[in-house]
Design a binder for this molecule. Structure first.
Ligand SMILES: [Zn+2]
Length: 293
């Protein structure tokens, strides 16, 4: 192949990656699978992200809504679990792969998020967009909120910025299940939204606090398979290691690119690179940016 064609191809690839960073690279193998995590909690694998369903006595609570284009199919999956109405739709954070389907799945429901999630969601709208018809979160909380689902209480918790500035962890105490949102990319390199105020120090701390409080809980990650607290702790080890190594590289006067080249991540074989966007090198770069703020 000529150099010109190669250059053209790589340029096309770049445009492709920038335009569709998550939707095309993160494709989940089991998309469409409904997993019964407990009698009351279900995880539906979307095209790239997970959504969780809590089956209350009189109504449903849904966590996240994926994309506008996948939401109708996800709604059908929810209907295959129960025909009860959806009372609450909780957003774990503002990213489009978790909130894009809000207006479809959340129609008639109360849409709830952390206050920073609502602010970031509104910031991403175009001036002509109507927040209500786009499914913007209506009810917000700051530190924690408890929702009554019949005899079950559901807890929404916020622990300062982590993956974004407004992450929510959803706890189902009567089921022993916790929804981590994108505070957990299971088995893969995470996205770190530095521009929105991500903070990897808080992120590590949050996981460890939750592990102490809910050691035996099942964990539904934002992306990847349902798992347990041990796996989430291993993910926190990865973030902690990168922070330590990036700090060392910065102290030695290395540039971001030099840090990306020199930091050895070989012991984290359980963290896979996904495409060219979600990679361990990208993680080093984002943490470098975060620590340079
Ligand atoms: Zn995210």
């Amino acid at each position: 192949m000529s150099k010109r064609i190669l250059r053209l191809l790589s340029l096309t690839a770049l445009i492709f990656l920038v335009a569709f960073p998550l939707s095309l690279q993160l494709k989940q193998e089991g998309a469409g699978t409904v997993e019964k995590v407990t009698d009351k909690v279900f995880c539906i694998q979307g095209e790239t992200a997970n959504i969780a369903v809590f089956l209350g006595k009189e109504a449903l609570l849904v966590v996240d809504s994926e994309y506008p284009k996948t939401a109708p199919g996800l709604l059908q999956k929810i209907r295959s679990i129960s025909s009860l109405s959806i009372k609450y739709l909780v957003n774990t954070h503002y990213h489009g792969d978790h909130t894009g389907g809000n207006s479809i799945i959340g129609e008639g429901a109360e849409i709830i998020s952390h206050k920073n999630c609502q602010a970031s969601f509104l910031r991403t709208l175009k001036p002509e967009d109507d927040p209500k018809s786009k499914g913007a979160p209506q009810t917000i909380f700051e530190k924690e909120m408890t929702l009554k689902m019949g005899e079950d209480a559901v807890r929404l918790l916020h622990f300062n910025p982590g993956h974004t500035s407004g992450d929510t962890v959803v706890v189902f105490p009567t089921a022993g299940v916790l929804v981590a949102g994108d505070l957990f990319f299971h088995g893969m390199a995470p996205y770190i939204d530095v521009e929105d105020g991500a903070d990897t120090a808080n992120w590590v701390l949050t996981i460890r606090q939750l592990a102490e409080k809910y050691p035996d809980y099942k964990i539904i990650p934002g992306h990847g398979k349902v798992t347990d607290m041990q796996e989430w702790l291993k993910f926190s080890d990865y973030l902690e290691y990168l922070r330590k190594e990036v700090k060392k590289a910065m102290a030695a006067g290395k540039t971001k690119e030099q840090a990306q080249e020199s930091i050895d991540t070989s012991r984290f074989s359980y963290i896979a690179d996904i495409g060219q966007f979600l990679t361990k090198k990208a993680n080093i770069g984002w943490i470098y940016d975060e620590l340079s703020r």
